[in-house]
Design a protein around this ligand. Structure first.
Ligand code: HEM
Length: 367
């Protein structure tokens, strides 16, 4: 079974390839005061340390293993569990004396032109992203964490996601049938790119404590899959800019080919409004806007009209929210894909820097 280290400069659940199961839960912090919030974050840290390392370490709040809910049966397994804790702008509203510690770009999620936001599933004081190889592991962790932090964290919204298992055709597909995550590969073997695109540096107008953290964008995006399934493959491919089967850019022949749009200035091969061409024009103007995406699919039954409620939990990590995600999202306003999707929730969060050692705890730098 895979196991990821709990301590480090950065939290886990960011650079690791997406596991098969995930849950995203946004909470309202109900701690009475600053000291109570600190205690809650310490309890959260020790609970996560226990869950992700599988070691029988003593942990506050749940000192006795009799609280173990038994969902995974005997013999603790880590099962590739990662926990990523991020904070929302509202945590810095003054309740806890944290106003001056707010990451500079953090704010409630913007409403973009094609959004239909339901504010009851947007934002939150704290976001917990739990990922593991199996769904029961994620749900076990969620229950253990909620039990340990019941007095301080109240659920605001929640979404469960999945990534398909390995398939013969390679890179996992999203529910539109296209490979998702291809362009992420450039981050895998390039630590310098990760340093420039993922980790906030704690310099300039950013508070020093933000160093090693990352702007964590979550967008809940419904897909109108019934409509999509009536569109010809050719038209689908022109909307995305890639071949549906192989994942190759229409301006290339293999999945990982880098598209060269200079040869196609009028968009005869890849329309100028294709998703990947707008997201990354590869003309030197958008090199500092690249972002590490780590999205999951969701499926939740049917809506009142009998249509499948499916979509994408789009997740991206950014060194600078505005320079990367917001700039790209604004450019995507003109893409034809907008007729087949509807962003309705999510939020802007800041993934805390990692827990350095046994005495450190998540969020300590904020205080
Ligand atoms: C690439 C689908 C939303 C940004 C892609 C690819 C697909 C895809 C199939 C090509 C494969 C890959 O490189 O991963 C979708 C779908 C979405 C969605 C179905 C909504 C339901 C978004 C959003 C953003 C975004 C909200 C950011 C604002 C990107 C970027 C790339 C990409 C930056 C890589 C471009 C490159 O460097 O080649 N998307 N996407 N996508 N998407 Fe999306």
């Amino acid at each position: 079974a895979t196991s990821y280290p709990f301590e480090g400069e950065h939290q886990s659940g960011i650079l690791e390839p997406a596991q098969r199961a995930a849950v995203f839960v946004a909470f309202t912090v109900t701690s009475a005061d600053r000291a109570a919030l600190q205690t809650a974050l310490q309890t959260l840290t020790s609970t996560l340390r226990y869950l992700t390392t599988g070691k029988d370490v003593p942990y506050d709040g749940l000192a006795s293993t009799s609280y173990e809910n038994g969902v995974l049966g005997a013999g603790t397994v880590t099962d590739g569990l990662t926990a990523t804790v991020s904070v929302g702008a509202s945590l810095f509203d003054g309740r806890f004396g944290l106003a001056s510690a707010k990451p500079a770009r953090l704010r409630p999620m913007d409403e973009f032109v094609n959004d239909a936001l339901d504010r009851s599933v947007c934002d939150g004081d704290l976001l917990l992203q739990l990922c593991a190889d199996n769904r029961d592991t994620v749900l076990h962790a969620l229950r253990m964490i909620m039990r340990a932090t019941r007095a301080d964290l109240q659920v605001l919204w929640r979404k469960e996601g999945f990534v398909p298992p390995p398939r013969p055709s390679g890179t996992p597909r999203n529910l539109l049938g296209f490979k998702d995550g291809t362009a992420n590969r450039e981050f895998l073997n390039d630590p310098k790119l990760v340093e420039r695109m993922v980790w906030t540096q704690g310099t300039g107008d950013e508070p020093a404590w933000t160093a090693g953290g990352s702007y964590h964008v979550v967008r809940l995006i419904r897909m109108f899959v019934e409509f999509w399934d009536r569109v010809s493959v050719t038209e689908q491919q022109r909307m995305i800019g890639r071949d549906r089967q192989s994942g190759a850019p229409l301006a290339g022949s293999k999945e990982f080919d880098v598209p060269n749009y200079a040869k196609d200035p009028y968009g005869n091969v890849v329309p100028a409004t294709a998703h990947i061409r707008l997201a990354n024009p590869h003309d030197g103007t958008a090199d500092d806007q690249r972002m590490l995406r780590r999205s999951f699919s969701y499926s939740e039954g049917t809506d009142p009209n009998g249509q499948l409620d499916m979509g994408l939990i789009f997740v991206a990590f950014n060194q600078d929210l505005d320079r990367q995600f917001v700039t790209v999202q604004k450019r995507l306003a003109d893409e034809p894909l907008v007729d087949y999707i509807s962003p309705f929730g999510g939020g802007y969060f800041f993934a805390l820097p990692g827990v350095r050692d046994a005495n450190d705890w998540l969020g300590r730098g904020m205080f």
